[in-house]
Design a protein. Structure first.
Length: 477
């Protein structure tokens, strides 16, 4: 096992050498869960939200402990690049080359030292050592203790790479991006904006909701929610959106009774662009878990029909569950892979509007899913783009002449966005991209001269989203 580099430094919240980690007490459950989940993400490419949810359900911890475990997991994954850089300054090897559980314990411990004002350095170090011991890695306790103690003493003196001196190192080590993504964003946005985007992606997303207009109005719900969420304010662009700030909205009485759904503002704007109208027959090709399906049904308010498809039957059940909670009707679900052809769905009547909210890399939603930056690789874009092309081609075959198709993703990669639309339109002479002036007024400023809607967290304080509305012409292609 590698040893930490020697060195002195000031005593950062550290009481003295006599108070080493206690060997008899066990670790706290939130930190054990955090280390195990972070390790699974690193070693097996697990999805952090699913791994954490499973661990929390099994643990039956009280709410404050669940909150701590969640903060440690997402915070550590969000800042992993910076944490590894800081750890490497006091360790004689790359921390990712250690045993995965040891690396994860160091990362979780370092996150507490550098990003949590309410956790004393002594507790962060002590708990990390206890966790490593409880995980059967007694041989690593000395290293973990020494590395974290030195970071507690000297960490504030370690300089981070500056943007002006070395933009790439700044994005990788200071802003916590993988090198390939840092290079892409530098090329795509330039130095200043790439840094702004990276830092915005590292800020936890606020809790944002969509009001169910079939049950209440935004103004009425705001009055009710301000009693429990004093920071609640209307969204800037989404006409049914409210930013709550922080809090557990998923257990709020208004949520349980169907008055609102959890949905980022950018995601809500996709439905604004689709612009469902009473009487429409609408297809949602990739519906699960059903957030956008429900938003469409709310706009129709029983006057129209929505067919929600998904290839995963178990996830499709979530669509029905959400529709029932919201008290909506006019929605049918069908287990179906929309890449395999949909012509039979339109044999009786073609659809007026179609939503292709395509599966994607998710790099626009790093505020919510920070692990995606470490899991996604450039080679993944080709396979994702193939699925996206098949989805839009398949959906186009069942759209009526004059109808609208909205293609959307929660990513910022051109291969999954602009390139898909260019490829599709190259073979569709009678199709056109809807212009800015045809969109609902509240979102027109977000649509560029080419008719493309883009949202970014550092510009709009939303997830990164791409969307475009395509209109099918009146003659066959």
């Amino acid at each position: 096992m590698s040893q930490p580099k020697s060195g002195g430094g000031r005593n950062r919240r550290w009481p003295g050498r006599g108070q080493g980690p206690r060997k008899t007490a066990g670790p706290t459950a939130p930190r054990m869960i955090a280390i195990k989940v972070v390790e699974r993400v690193q070693r097996a490419g697990a999805y952090a939200d699913l791994a954490l949810h499973h661990a929390l359900v099994q643990s039956r911890m009280p709410a404050p402990d669940r909150g701590l475990a969640t903060e440690l997991v997402y915070g550590t994954l969000r800042w992993r690049g910076r944490l590894d850089y800081l750890i490497s300054q006091v360790l004689d090897r790359d921390p990712s080359k250690l045993e995965p559980l040891v690396t994860s314990a160091l990362r979780v411990g370092a996150y507490q030292l550098f990003f949590s004002d309410r956790i004393p350095a002594t507790a962060a170090v002590d708990e990390a050592v206890r966790c490593v011991r409880a995980l059967g890695l007694e041989r690593a306790t000395g290293l973990v203790n020494a590395v974290l103690r030195r970071l507690a003493r000297e960490g504030d003196k370690i300089p981070l790479p500056g943007l002006d001196a070395d933009p790439m190192a700044h994005l990788v080590h200071t802003c916590s991006l993988p090198e390939w993504l840092a290079k892409r964003w530098l090329d795509q946005y330039g130095i200043e904006e790439a840094s702004q985007l990276a830092l915005a992606m590292n800020s936890p997303a606020p809790v944002t909701i969509r009001v169910n207009p079939t049950q209440t109005t935004r103004d009425e719900l705001l009055v009710e929610l301000k009693e429990r969420f004093p920071e609640a304010v209307p969204c800037r662009y989404a006409k049914y959106g409210i930013v709550l700030g922080r809090g557990d909205a998923g257990h709020d009485p208004a949520f349980v009774s169907g008055k609102f759904s959890l949905q980022d503002e950018a995601s809500q704007l996709v439905i604004d662009l689709l612009d469902p109208q009473p009487g429409d027959r609408i297809l949602d090709t990739c519906a699960a878990p059903g957030t956008k399906t429900a938003a469409i049904a709310e706009r129709l308010n029983g006057e129209g029909h929505v067919l929600a498809l998904d290839r995963h039957g178990r996830r499709l059940q979530l669509v029905g569950r959400g529709i029932r909670r919201l008290g909506l009707g006019g929605v049918a679900t069908l287990e179906r892979d929309a890449t395999k052809g949909l012509e039979d769905l339109g044999k009786d009547a073609l659809f007026d509007r179609i939503l292709v909210d395509a599966p994607c890399s998710g790099l626009g939603a790093l505020r919510r899913n920070p692990d995606a930056r470490w899991r996604i690789q450039p080679k993944d874009f080709e396979s994702l783009a193939q699925i996206q092309r098949e989805l839009i081609e398949s959906a186009a075959s069942v759209l009526r002449p004059g109808g609208s198709l909205v293609y959307s993703t929660c990513t910022v990669t051109p291969e999954e966005n602009e390139a898909i639309i260019r490829g599709f339109m190259a073979t569709r002479a009678s199709w056109r991209i809807a212009n800015r002036d045809s969109a609902p007024e509240q979102i027109r400023e977000l649509i560029d001269d080419d008719g493309l809607l883009r949202m970014l967290p550092h510009r709009n304080d939303t997830d990164g989203f791409f969307a475009v509305r395509l209109i099918r012409g009146g003659r066959p292609d």
